[in-house]
Write a protein that binds this ligand. Structure first.
Ligand code: 5GP
Length: 122
């Protein structure tokens, strides 16, 4: 998974070829509700740039894109009223990480106590 796939679902969402339930948008990010929520609040935050993974984003995004991404996370957790009680963020990467969509995304999960961090893999 080294080349960005322009046909991935989130690329299509960014091009408005597929609908989404947007909760926040800026110059740098789009954030929308996960179609299969795992918690009362389950939001996906994606950069508007063509980045496959968190390491691709960290290596190749501009400082403005990176700052814009994390500022968006801060605004979203306030907007969704999950800042005070806490929340979990998850980024799955590649085959071992269980990444389904090859466009970097951060899951924000909240609204209840989120369960165990991971099921044991050893
Ligand atoms: P991953 O396993 O790649 O970290 O997570 C992909 C997430 O995208 C899953 O939680 C899945 O429910 C969500 N998802 C997949 N397709 C769509 C879609 O078309 N719209 C939305 N809103 N979420 C999607």
């Amino acid at each position: 998974m080294n080349t960005y796939d322009d046909d991935n679902i989130f690329a299509k969402i960014l091009r408005n070829e597929l609908p989404n339930d947007t909760v926040y948008e800026s110059e740098y990010v789009l954030a929308f509700k996960d179609i299969n929520p795992q918690a009362p609040v389950h939001i996906l935050v994606i950069p508007k740039g063509r980045y496959i993974s968190i390491d691709d984003f960290g290596s190749n995004a501009t400082a403005e894109e990176i700052k814009g991404f994390y500022e968006a996370v801060s605004k979203i957790v306030e907007q969704e009223n999950i800042k005070q009680d806490g929340y979990r963020t998850i980024t799955n990467t590649g085959i071992n990480g269980g990444q389904e969509v090859p466009h970097f995304h951060l899951h924000i999960l909240g609204g209840t106590k989120i369960g165990v961090m991971v099921s044991k893999a050893v």
